[in-house]
Write a protein that binds this ligand. Sequence first.
Ligand SMILES: Cc1ncc(COP(=O)(O)O)c(C=O)c1O
Length: 367
Amino acid sequence: MAELTNISLARGAPSIDIVAVDELRAAADRAFERDPSGAFSYGTSAGYPRLLAWIAAKHDVEPDSTIATNGSMQADAFLFRALVEPGDVVVVEAPTYDRTLLALRQMGAEVLPIPLEADGIDVEELARRLEAGARPKLAHIIPNFQNPAGCTLSREKRERLLQLAREHGFTIFEDDPYVELRFEGSPHPTMLSMDEGNAVVYASSFSKTVCPGIRVGYLVGPPELIAEIRRIATGTYISPNMVAQSIVAEFCHSGAIERSIATVKRALLERRDATCEALERHLPESRFVVPEGGYFLWVDLPEGSDVGRLQASALERGVTFVKGTDFLLEGGESSLRLAYSAVPPEQIEEGIARVAEAYRELVGTAA
Ligand SMILES: Cc1ncc(COP(=O)(O)O)c(C=O)c1O
């Protein structure tokens, strides 16, 4: 019997064929040639200056408003340490990125989930909760091609969120690692750029535009808060990985990043289309919002579907995905997240056919 190929629709990571390996090698050569003492020394906790300059120019801020970290996960952890005390209320989208949920709960935060709609968080539900007395310190928002739901926050909702933050005195944590991966529709401005006060702290990452193994992400925010986070960073690791940051700086300044983003977007669009077509063909009862970019698609199966059993049964067929329940404090039992970022289109078709086969077996209507 032919061996079953394992197909992972679980991991939010790119496949190696869309990582610009040769351009990265060339960028490393140039970075080491240009500034060996900067690349190979400890450096400062703020990050590699040439990279901070690029980030600051991109977001039209001064470099003292930025810190570059070892992946944006590290940036998130520093921000939570600076702002969140046990018992503080933190708004999250429901569903949301499982690692954020876990980090907040580990810190003893009181998580306030607000449902997500096709155009982003339900801002009027948030307004009602605020009117009813909720006093959040922070609202964690993934505005573009949300992980796990794939949806994007509309411009109107961005404005409304900023207004609510101003009125109720909470900080918006705009967690935006997928922003560059838009393959259709028009982009919306970041809340950071729309903010007229100090209501927004913005995070992004080079994991999706360069590669995740490089572990470089960053924060942009009010200089006093960034100074506090730089102190936390010094105490944690002296300085982040200067070798990696010098390579990313060269990759960005040389324009290689634009070519890398174009390659990634081309592949992701094909993979997104293959996912939607395969779902329509093999699982017509599934409901989903077609993402305009990014890595993920959220699938709702008919109510009463048991996604835990579906996951186990799909695993026997060599396919993995993440259960909806992992991204929520409550609910998600009939939903799943499919990541199409790591799988070529033919394998996506095969993977979804196998998930559909597992589903039919569970509902007792084997095709
Ligand atoms: C919403 C969100 N935030 C943060 C991260 C972490 O990214 P990084 O690789 O930069 O640590 C991810 C990674 O998947 C993510 O989806």
